[in-house]
Design a protein around this ligand. Structure first.
Ligand SMILES: [Zn+2]
Ligand SMILES: [Zn+2]
Length: 315
């Protein structure tokens, strides 16, 4: 099996490509970014210089996977025409930006029906996606990944059946996938902690979506208990999911090639990212799957030549 793809959501302060440097500084091989300020509708024009820096730096820094997260403002489920229209244009822009950076996946919160009902909201999302796909033929290889949600209020995407219902109404289904967030799934009532629960969850994913529809994982422990509908992320092992849930996913070969990205609280020093990545790596049973930079020193020393400089050989 190949290396796990592990990383965290990184700030794009100073330019989108700066997130790559931050990801490399914590020795991860994957990263999640916003491709513009996520709390504003409009972003600056795509910075071609930064796109070029991204293209060169990504392989140079050993980052093998990147995903973007769409703006939190977007609500494709809105019954209000003005907000729906604004959201549709904003998500088009998200796809174009991701495409410019050759980012294959864009995570999107499906949206809130704000009282119009599940069915109306789901139809609204699908109609928007179909329009967006028609209007961005050049971004055909950029996949929108609908994120499972914790299930608060009128938010759609609270379970796998709802995600399926949206996808069913999308004409070009190659352009949609799913992002599974461990905190959201747990809060929505899925048990990933017990062996039986995880097995049942996998069977549900297979039944409703097919495993290949899942393009990316968000790895967050959950402040709220199972079924609490509380969307509050906490450090790995410090929440209601605990180590067992992450151990299941990390060691399941069916997730090979699917990146796992943290969205846990942190300061600018990124110390918490280092801590959470180390906690995840400690749960990996096959050391050879841990990205080389994240291997504990003791493991690195066991690899012939690793950690040695040419000077060491000369002495
Ligand atoms: Zn998430
Ligand atoms: Zn969340």
């Amino acid at each position: 099996m190949s290396f796990l793809l592990l990383g965290t959501h990184m700030s794009i302060a100073g330019g989108v490509s700066r997130a790559l440097d931050r990801a490399a500084s914590v020795h991860s091989n994957a990263v999640q970014v916003f491709t513009k300020n996520n709390r504003q509708w409009a972003g600056p024009p795509i910075n071609e210089e930064d796109v070029e820096r991204w293209r060169v730096q990504m392989p140079a820094l050993g980052i093998t996977y990147a995903v973007s997260h769409a703006s939190y403002l977007i609500n494709l489920a809105s019954p209000k025409d003005d907000l729906w229209e604004k959201s549709r244009l904003a998500h088009q822009d998200e796809l174009r930006r991701a495409h410019a950076y050759a980012i294959p996946h864009v995570v999107l919160h499906p949206g809130s029906h704000t009282g119009s009902g599940n069915e109306a909201g789901i139809a609204r999302i699908a109609t928007a996606l179909n329009r967006i796909h028609d209007e961005t033929p050049a971004c055909a290889d950029t996949v929108t990944c609908l994120e499972i949600m914790a299930g608060q209020g009128n938010v759609l995407g609270r379970d796998l059946a709802q995600l399926r219902a949206i996808i069913d109404q999308v004409e070009d289904q190659r352009r949609v996938g799913v992002c599974l967030d461990t905190c959201h799934a747990h809060a929505a009532g899925y048990d990933i902690c017990s062996d039986a629960g995880y097995g049942a969850f996998m069977a549900e994913i297979d039944r409703w979506l097919g495993l290949e529809t899942v393009k990316v994982w968000h790895f967050n422990d959950s402040k709220g208990v199972m079924g609490s509908n509380l969307d509050r992320h906490v450090h790995i092992g410090e929440g209601e999911i605990g180590e067992a849930g992450f151990r299941h996913i990390l060691n399941d070969s069916r997730w090979e090639g699917v990146a796992m990205l943290l969205e846990t609280p942190k300061e600018e020093t990124l110390e918490e990212d280092v801590m959470n990545l180390a906690r995840l790596c400690a749960l990996v049973e096959d050391d050879s799957r841990i990205p080389p930079g994240l291997r504990p020193q003791s493991v690195v020393e066991q690899i012939p030549g690793a950690g040695q400089t040419p000077d060491d050989d000369a002495q």
